[in-house]
Design a protein around this ligand. Structure first.
Ligand code: F6R
Length: 246
């Protein structure tokens, strides 16, 4: 694992955007897995800026969102597909047919199977970008998820549901946060050629320590990344604070 510790959130976002742009520079038709949440929003903002300045061309890439709340329509203010649409896709030149997400409405098994087909059709993802939950989750794969899991419908941990409700979340109340999500599986994610994990802030320090330096266990989903041959972690000092501590 290549662990890059930077000063703060802005620097993490800057380095992450530069990393993604460089990957696209090497491979213009890169297939990329995209996370939502607070962590990557600065990265998306910078990628949009780079695109406006003509520094990066997204016309050949394909995007694959990591996950979606189950039972939420695309138009819902909390929908992950809408997040990626509003923060990134609406401002860059990814052709519509090259942007993909797991559908949060309909028949879960069919949606998941259809997403797996889309994911595998063009070969493994060239780059998978991940955030990490305070409980070590990646995508919506909560502690206890089998490392071999494929895309599917999963229950959300209570902590994940609590964290999902805040004034700008798009949910009217904590009870409105869905109890399930549809997510790329851990087995699915591990097939990606390269993985970029981002984390910022003190609240992630424990999860980062367990994921990077703890034992590889299904109790900490992100610890599976220790088994992947090509992972870069960009983490700020607050999230890295416990890495060298015993
Ligand atoms: C979101 C996702 C989640 C988040 C994680 C961290 O698509 O896959 O695993 O990356 O919950 O969320 P933030 O960045 O909001 O702390």
């Amino acid at each position: 694992m290549n662990v890059i510790v930077v000063a703060n959130y802005d620097e993490m976002s800057e380095r992450a955007a530069a990393f993604v742009a460089a990957e696209i520079g090497h491979r213009p038709d890169l297939r990329i897995g995209l996370p939502t949440g607070n962590t990557p929003s600065g990265m998306y903002e910078r990628l949009v800026g780079m695109h406006r300045r003509g520094e990066v061309d997204f016309s050949q890439i394909s995007t694959f969102n990591l996950d979606e709340y189950w039972g939420i329509e695309f138009a819902h203010p909390a929908a992950f597909a809408r997040y990626i649409g509003d923060r990134f896709l609406a401002h860059v030149n990814v052709p519509e047919e090259q942007a993909h997400w797991p559908d949060g409405i309909g028949q879960a098994e069919q949606n998941a199977a259809a997403y797996e087909v889309l994911l595998s059709k063009g070969g493994p993802l060239g780059l998978l970008i991940l955030g990490i939950g305070v409980n070590g989750h990646i995508g919506f794969n909560e502690p206890g998820t089998n490392f071999a899991s494929r895309t599917g419908l999963v229950p959300l941990a209570e902590r994940t549901r609590q964290d999902a409700f805040h004034p700008r979340s798009g949910f009217d109340s904590a009870e409105d946060v869905p109890t399930h999500g549809i997510t790329m599986g851990i087995g699915t994610m591990m097939e990606s050629r390269r993985i970029l994990l981002l984390a910022s802030g003190q609240s992630k320090a424990q999860a980062i320590k367990k994921a990077l330096a703890g034992s590889v266990t299904e109790d900490v989903p992100a610890s599976v990344l220790q088994r992947h041959p090509d992972v870069t972690v960009i983490v700020d000092e607050a999230a890295a604070a416990l890495l060298d501590a015993d």
